[in-house]
Design a protein around this ligand. Structure first.
Ligand SMILES: Nc1nc2c(ncn2[C@@H]2O[C@H](COP(=O)(O)OP(=O)(O)OP(=O)(O)O)[C@@H](O)[C@H]2O)c(=O)[nH]1
Ligand SMILES: [Mg+2]
Length: 322
């Protein structure tokens, strides 16, 4: 899902200005035609044009915003949870409903005031009715001013969400900070992530792709330490990616132990809760004592991969089995 192109929600005055100026413009355009009518008819028709335009412009602008906003209940679970985590879900729904309410109210007032304009025999009345309608509309849109603000903030939050495709076979790369997750991502995909020698280099969910036999594979680098009780935002996001997006997990052991092996084993065991196949990979074997790697492979009790080609084949095998 890509939330990058959601349009801005402007403040209420912005929409009023657009609607009112469009209505003046429309009347100007029609002025010649309107001259054909006798004064009462002309006064009526002029105001009807204004009301129609204001209603149409407002309904179109606000409906466009509503349509551009993702329908939360039909989003993939990953995004629904992410929204629950980062936004006030109730407020979000309330604000969207408020904008819907606004459009309906404007349409209701429009119909009512059009009828009143048609009925009157007083030449001054159409203008008065139009002013009243404008007042009503201004007050209505002010009532949803906070909702527009809230939705614009929500839009900014959504913009920061990672663009994860929910229809691709997905491999999550997990492990402690600094073990080489991003390095592995760059080896397995065409992406070029930031890699550095300190822990917590990666500050967002990194996503990479590779095509195998015309089929795209999605790789997600899940940064952070996932064994903490109080997880920060990025760790929560990584957790949700493992829970909802991953089809296979590649768990990296780093035997140079930036984090003690026993903690790495504990985190590895924790991966079980996601009920996905977990492939184990040991990183940095180029700088590690060969004996240490062999010993780990023998003692660990599970299958361990230490080179990229074998790891790749195992991933493809898991995909086949999927
Ligand atoms: N020699 C060697 N160095 C590696 C290997 N993999 C990673 N490194 C180094 O280990 C450090 C951490 O690598 P990253 O790929 O940034 O590790 P990470 O798990 O993404 O780290 P965070 O994003 O901080 O969680 C970097 O200095 C890498 O160059 C490897 O296979 N061999
Ligand atoms: Mg990283």
């Amino acid at each position: 899902m890509n939330f990058q192109n959601l349009p801005n929600f402007e403040d209420s005055q912005h929409y009023l200005d657009i609607a009112f100026s469009a209505s003046s413009k429309k009347v100007k355009e029609q002025r010649l035609k309107l001259r054909r009518f006798e004064p009462l008819q002309r006064a009526k028709r002029e105001e009807v044009i204004r009301l129609d335009t204001v209603k149409r412009v407002l309904a179109r602008q606000i409906t466009k915003l509503l349509k551009s906003f993702p329908s939360i209940d039909s989003l993939p679970e990953f995004y629904q949870e992410l929204i629950r985590l980062t936004l006030d879900y109730k407020q979000l729904k309330k604000s969207l409903a408020a904008l819907n309410w606004f459009v309906q109210k404007v349409e209701g007032f429009h119909d009512r005031y059009i009828k009143l304009i048609f009925k009157t025999r007083d030449i001054n009345k159409p203008k008065q009715l139009r002013a009243e309608f404008y007042g009503r509309v201004s007050s209505l849109i002010r009532q949803v001013g906070d909702d527009l603000k809230y939705l614009d903030n929500a839009r900014k939050t959504l913009k920061g969400f990672p663009d994860i495709k929910d229809n691709l076979f997905t491999i999550a790369i997990a492990g402690f900070p600094n073990v080489g997750k991003s390095t592995l991502l760059s080896k397995l995909t065409t992406s070029n992530p930031d890699i550095d020698s300190y822990a917590f280099t990666t500050k967002r969910l990194l996503i990479g792709y590779r095509t195998h036999k015309y089929e795209k594979l999605q790789f997600v680098d899940t940064p952070g330490a996932l064994n903490r009780h109080k997880m920060n935002f990025i760790e929560n996001m990584a957790y949700l990616a493992l829970k909802y997006v991953a089809d296979v997990i590649v768990y990296i052991y780093d035997l140079s132990e930036p984090y003690p092996l026993k903690d790495q084993i504990k985190l590895y065991k924790n991966m079980k809760k996601f009920s996905r196949p977990v492939i184990v990979y040991v990183s940095k074997t180029d700088i590690l004592d060969k004996k240490l790697v062999e010993q780990f492979k023998n003692d660990s009790g599970f299958k361990v991969f230490d080179n990229i080609d074998d790891l790749n084949n195992e991933i493809l095998l898991k995909k086949k089995e999927y």
